[in-house]
Design a protein around this ligand. Structure first.
Ligand code: ATP
Ligand code: SF4
Ligand code: MG
Length: 370
């Protein structure tokens, strides 16, 4: 535990990176409506060692036309959150909190029946995963697999479906789509397979696309191409994107707003620009400081800052604030009392007894509201 240093220390902005350029989305002026509302989402797993709460009282909106980033270290609950929204978790071990709701088009997905889920999943809310090889079926051609989604969710004729499949492959910039529809996943590169997954996810023009680490398995050049493609498709089709990543550089590149998670909980959320400029939570600040800066010199004495310690196990969470054993600003109150997500009286919601950068964050917020 240390004494609290100057809390007005500024957030860091990755140099040579335009922050929060996720498109023409304007969250403040004429705030777009929420297409997906997650309220008090709690997801528990029954395990041999007892029940673990992987996602704990998480609430957020996905707004029409925006790209919302969800970030946090491995194990913080990003994938469980997205699979809960899609109801893709094994129901014999996963359960949801009594007050949890995932509202889409007037339906609480967590209580929806199988007929409602068939209408929503794939058609209204689609998902792409990190490794396309595990989501594409190796024994069917890519054309057949896109056609299957169209067969299931639309009334198009066979000829119309073929035309739509080719159009989708062209939209995701796959060259020579007439030939590619007859190829199998193993005949395509990793980047091409991820493009096919995006085509498959978007062929029914969903309102929300959930992308769980869609570029992590790709090299940096292809990663940049896929992110650009997702941004341009979002503009063309108006699909809201929920982008899950552990990479804040990716967030800076494509997202409008960001939700930071730690040990199953939301600890801060807001516009990307504001969060990068004036992070209020010490964990967010530490994450930003650990982004490699282009051109920064490293030596034995000037190492890239890292966050000390490790993420706590869900079975042995520390008393008080879940981040307290890793936090530079920890005080006695942080050990005695778990902070709530404070929403009132602060520029942005944050889960910390002693939020950082208050003057800067308030000034940013006021600027954004004008
Ligand atoms: N089927 C399961 N049974 C028990 N615990 C699970 C199960 N699936 C996930 N968990 C636990 O839930 C927590 C959150 O996992 P999740 O996969 O959402 O993390 P993540 O934030 O997506 O991490 P990563 O960045 O590594 O993908 C982890 O502690 C994980 O061990
Ligand atoms: S509440 Fe948690 S994050 Fe905030 S200062 Fe205390 S230990 Fe750090
Ligand atoms: Mg994950």
């Amino acid at each position: 535990m240390t004494n609290r240093p100057d809390t007005r220390s500024r957030g860091l902005q990755p140099p040579e990176q335009e922050v929060g350029r996720g498109g023409g989305f304007q969250p403040r002026d004429g705030r777009p409506k929420a297409v997906l509302e997650v309220r008090r989402l709690t997801t528990r797993f029954r395990t041999d060692d007892g029940v673990v709460t992987a996602v704990d009282d998480v609430s957020f909106d996905v707004l029409a036309g925006e790209t919302l980033g969800i970030v946090g270290e491995s194990g913080c609950g990003k994938t469980v959150t997205s699979k809960s929204i899609m109801r893709l978790l094994p129901e014999h071990i996963a359960s949801y909190g009594e007050h949890s709701e995932v509202r889409f088009d007037g339906v609480n997905i967590l209580r929806a029946d199988s007929r409602q889920m068939r209408r929503i999943r794939g058609d209204k809310i689609a998902m792409i995963f990190q490794e396309p090889m595990t989501s594409l079926n190796p024994v069917f051609t890519v054309g057949w697999q896109i056609d299957e989604a169209l067969r299931y969710h639309t009334n198009l004729s066979r000829r119309e479906r073929r035309e739509r499949t080719i159009e989708m492959l062209r939209l995701v910039e796959i060259p020579n789509p007439e030939r590619r529809i007859g190829q199998y996943p193993h005949q395509l590169s990793g980047g091409m397979r991820q493009r096919v997954m995006i085509a498959m996810a978007l062929c029914c023009e969903p309102d929300v696309l959930i992308a769980d680490e869609p570029t992590t398995a790709l090299d940096v050049t292809i990663q940049a191409q896929i992110l650009d493609l997702m941004s341009s498709l979002k503009e063309k089709l108006g699909t809201a994107i929920m982008l899950i990543t552990h990479n804040l550089g990716v967030v800076a590149q494509v997202c409008d707003r960001v939700l930071v998670m730690y040990a199953g909980r939301v600890i801060e959320q807001g516009c990307v620009r504001e969060i990068f400029h004036a992070p209020q939570h010490p964990y967010t600040q530490a994450l930003l400081e650990s982004i490699p800066k282009h051109g920064a010199r490293r030596s034995r004495t000037h190492k890239l800052p890292t966050i000390r310690g490790i993420v706590p196990s869900l079975r042995h969470l520390p008393a008080g604030c879940r981040f307290n054993d890793r936090c530079t600003y920890c005080q006695q109150r942080c050990i005695d009392e778990e902070p709530e997500l404070i929403e009132r009286g602060l520029p942005r919601p944050v889960r910390c007894h002693f939020p950082l950068n208050q003057a800067l964050a308030s000034a940013d917020h006021a600027k954004g509201e004008r």
